[in-house]
Design a protein around this ligand. Structure first.
Ligand code: 5AD
Ligand code: SF4
Length: 439
């Protein structure tokens, strides 16, 4: 392998918000090493593919992405495969794709500089350990700027849902320490963050030795001057505490939004998924959350076609969606993940059946989302401007309920503005900027 000395890098993140967070931290780490972000990803000396293993044929997509990095002159950048596919495939990656120089798992990316040094010296570098030392402690301080930021507070999962690879790729549940989290939050606010989303595979399982829970962290963030909005995701129904529900009633900066996956409306399927909650325990949580915060927007995840799912069981999923009335939701066709218990279960559902169920489920979810958005018309609310809008002169941001809102305004990205919602579509709202002191 020829010697190379990368000066520029490009990190491409796929999948969940935690990958987006990890991608930002890898970029900061490489910058701290003196490298610069390439303006054009295709020209970078080092490309990091920060992969996701949740979707169907995830590994196959990574191999074709690697192939696409080859340039016209036949050369390739230095290639690092990171994220959950790196963890799951390990040494298989350079075997199948010899252009890959580095394979690094989600718990080892703080060692990226050493791995790059190995690759520079012409050696292939692989690190899929899950070291006990804290990755977070080894990362440089936050440098990124922007009005919205992610902050990982908890990682990994001990729930072992039978369809899911996360417990294998991200490892056991670990909570970061209180001080490290608050220091990072302060650093993000100092650099302009107005909204922080606390992240974790089971974010509401966050706990420390002193018995504090996620709601205590939220209360501490609520006292940070300059921070306007707090969000958190993803929560597990089994770890919803009374304190967290109360926070939705009491903490002004905690946004009225809860992403709480249920996956199926059938208790038999939930049991086979090892979800450890039932439809009625889930609905009871929803009732309590709505009692605390009546306007809360609810979101969920659904899998259709889990092995053995019958038509009647699928219809129970439609029923729970009707019972909850979601503001938005994600739905997926079941896809076997090698090594997970469900992959070898009897009764794998044919693709056409899954396609048809997914369509019916998505039609219902889309109708609920449109109704939720339409109910916002006429409402006055705040929008945190975070990007350019659809049309020239427009900026876009999020409502407290996580709806995208587009508006014409002289305000700047990063401003929190008062808006009247004037129109609603299935995926976004249009707003009119209300001037301060107006009406
Ligand atoms: N097949 C389909 N969907 C899955 N998810 C996780 N694993 C699988 C799988 N094997 C979905 C779940 C989870 C979301 C992040 O992805 O709904 O909540
Ligand atoms: Fe996967 Fe279940 Fe853990 Fe969520 S709770 S990460 S679906 S194993």
């Amino acid at each position: 392998m020829k010697e190379r000395n990368p000066q520029t890098f490009h990190v491409k993140s796929f999948g969940c918000q935690m990958n987006v967070y990890d991608g930002a931290r890898m970029a900061e780490l490489l910058e701290a090493e003196g490298m610069t972000a390439a303006t054009d990803g295709t020209e970078a000396d080092l490309v990091v593919l920060n992969t996701c293993h949740i979707r169907e044929r995830a590994a196959e997509k990574v191999y074709s992405d690697i192939g696409r990095l080859r340039r016209e002159d036949g050369s390739s950048p230095m290639i690092a495969v990171a994220g959950c596919v790196a963890q799951a495939e390990g040494a298989e990656i350079p075997r199948r794709a010899p252009a890959v120089d580095i394979v690094v798992g989600p718990q080892a990316y703080h060692r990226l500089p050493q791995l790059v040094a190995e690759a520079k010296a012409g050696r292939r570098a692989l690190d899929t350990d899950m070291p006990l030392e804290s990755k977070f402690g080894a990362l440089p301080a936050r440098r990124r700027q922007g009005p919205t930021a992610f902050l990982t507070v908890q990682e990994g999962c001990d729930k072992f849902c039978t369809y899911c690879v996360v417990p294998y790729t991200r490892g056991a549940e670990v909570s970061r320490g209180w001080d490290a989290i608050l220091d990072e939050a302060q650093a993000l606010v100092d650099r302009g963050a107005k909204e922080i989303t606390l992240l974790g595979q089971n974010v509401n399982g966050w706990a420390d030795e002193q018995g504090r829970g996620l709601h205590d962290l939220i209360a501490a963030l609520d006292r940070l001057p300059g921070l306007a909005r707090i969000r958190y995701t993803t929560s597990h129904p089994n770890d919803i505490s009374e304190g967290l529900i109360r926070a939705h009633a009491e903490v002004g900066r905690l946004m009225p939004f809860l992403h709480l996956p249920v996956q199926s409306g059938s208790d038999r399927v939930l049991k086979a998924m090892n979800r450890s909650h039932t439809t009625s325990s889930y609905l009871a949580i929803i009732d309590r959350v709505r009692a605390a915060r009546p306007d809360i927007a609810l979101s969920g995840d659904f899998i259709v076609g889990f092995p053995g799912e019958t038509e009647a069981e699928f219809e129970e999923t439609l029923k729970i969606v009707e019972a909850v009335n979601y503001a938005q939701a994600y739905s997926f066709k079941y896809s076997p993940r090698p090594g997970t218990p469900a992959a070898s279960m009897d009764g794998q559902v044919p693709t056409q059946v899954m396609d048809e169920r997914l369509q019916r489920l998505q039609a219902l979810i889309n109708a609920q989302q449109l109704a939720f958005n339409r109910a916002s018309v006429g409402r006055r609310t705040s929008v945190l401007l975070e990007r350019q809008g659809k049309k020239p002169g427009q900026l876009a941001g999020k409502s407290p309920w996580l709806q995208s809102v587009h508006l014409e305004t002289d305000a700047a990205i990063g401003d929190l503005v008062d808006v009247e919602i004037v129109a609603a579509g299935p995926n976004s709202l249009s707003g009119a900027h209300l001037m301060r002191n107006a009406a």
